[in-house]
Design a protein around this ligand. Structure first.
Ligand code: MTE
Length: 316
């Protein structure tokens, strides 16, 4: 993110995937078309390493292999624990038992939940999503959780609630990155209320059929598959419904590089690197970035009525 000078595709820490799996092998193979070369990217594709749960939402199936669980859970961005990708051991210090999430601001029913309490109220499901980091790497992950809209149904936002603001824990004693005072901690992100109502907007409490590991944002994180990954805030403690647009941590730190919308677009480069291609974690090849990360049909309506000036900012 901010401190990186290298090009997005220089992901030196990558290793070759050990357990990639074809969700829908036939259509994936045909989508590769003439590119026989691509087969070498998935050395163990015939081995099913992850079975979906019986809660799988088939509407969001993808003709793509999963990223290996090992890679998705050890190559992570969680600046509270340091700016390298290799923070997964450090994140084990996070204590996620008795974690509560406060919901306040412009709602009729303010609430405080724990994740188990939510499971009693909401029917959880599994979703397979593409995920695209602004740095240029991408993955395909089976998440477990529920649509953000389900929370809206419970707390009943007021008419003047235009935005939803999310906040991560703040505890420099266990998260050494939070001792770095140049970051405007805690990590904050925000979306519009209309985006929050979109069925794709998802809270994850699990991945690969297990509880979500600390380093991926336990016990509750946001997953917004059409936006760059920095919008998908981890380890949420507070959700606030607001009239004014919230300013996220990265926008505060580097507003010319990271904006409010951050929708994926191959044609709008980051000021320091191109976004036209992406590297699927665990492979050595690059594929074309897709507008809205492949979710154009689901989300483009959200942006049709914005002013020309706002539209210019949609992709940063
Ligand atoms: N949330 C918090 N609280 N802190 C972070 O540093 N990093 C973001 C996002 N959510 C981050 C965060 C970035 S830059 C990305 S790309 C994704 O988490 C990475 O998610 P993953 O590590 O599960 O792949």
């Amino acid at each position: 993110m901010y401190l990186k000078k290298k090009k997005s595709w220089e992901i030196s820490e990558l290793s070759v995937t050990d357990e990639s799996y074809f969700r829908n092998r036939r259509s994936f193979v045909s989508s590769l078309g003439k590119s026989a070369l691509m087969f070498s990217l998935y050395p163990s594709f015939s081995l099913a390493s992850y079975q979906t749960t019986n809660k799988l939402n088939k509407k969001y199936l993808l003709p793509l292999p999963y990223t290996s669980e090992k890679l998705a859970t050890t190559y992570t961005n969680f600046y509270e624990f340091g700016s390298s990708k290799n923070i997964w051991r450090r994140a084990s210090k996070l204590k996620v038992d008795n974690w509560s999430v406060k919901i306040d601001g412009l709602v009729k029913k303010k609430k405080t939940f724990d994740v188990d309490g939510l499971k009693k109220l909401i029917d959880f499901e599994e979703r397979i999503y593409r995920f695209r980091c602004v740095e240029g790497w991408a993955m395909v992950v089976p998440w477990f959780g529920f649509s953000v809209s389900k929370i809206l149904n419970i707390v009943d936002p007021d008419k003047d609630a235009n935005y939803v603001r999310f906040e991560t824990f703040y505890d420099p004693k266990i998260a050494p990155g939070q001792k770095q005072s140049w970051y405007p901690w805690p990590y904050v992100e925000g979306i519009t209320i209309e985006e929050a109502k979109n069925d794709l907007a998802f809270f994850a409490t699990g991945m690969y059929g297990k509880d979500i590991p600390n380093q991926n944002g336990a016990p509750l994180r946001l997953v917004l598959p059409w936006k760059y990954g920095f919008k998908s805030i981890k380890s949420i403690v507070k959700i606030t419904f607001t009239k004014e647009k919230p300013i996220g941590l990265w926008e505060k730190l580097a507003p010319k590089e990271y904006g409010f919308w951050a929708n994926v677009n191959p044609n709008v480069p980051h000021p320091r690197w191109s976004q036209s291609k992406e590297q699927l974690l665990g492979t050595n090849e690059f594929q074309k970035t897709q507008i809205y990360n492949g979710y154009e049909e689901n989300v483009s309506y959200l942006y049709s009525k914005l002013s020309r000036q706002e539209k210019l900012k949609l992709f940063r």
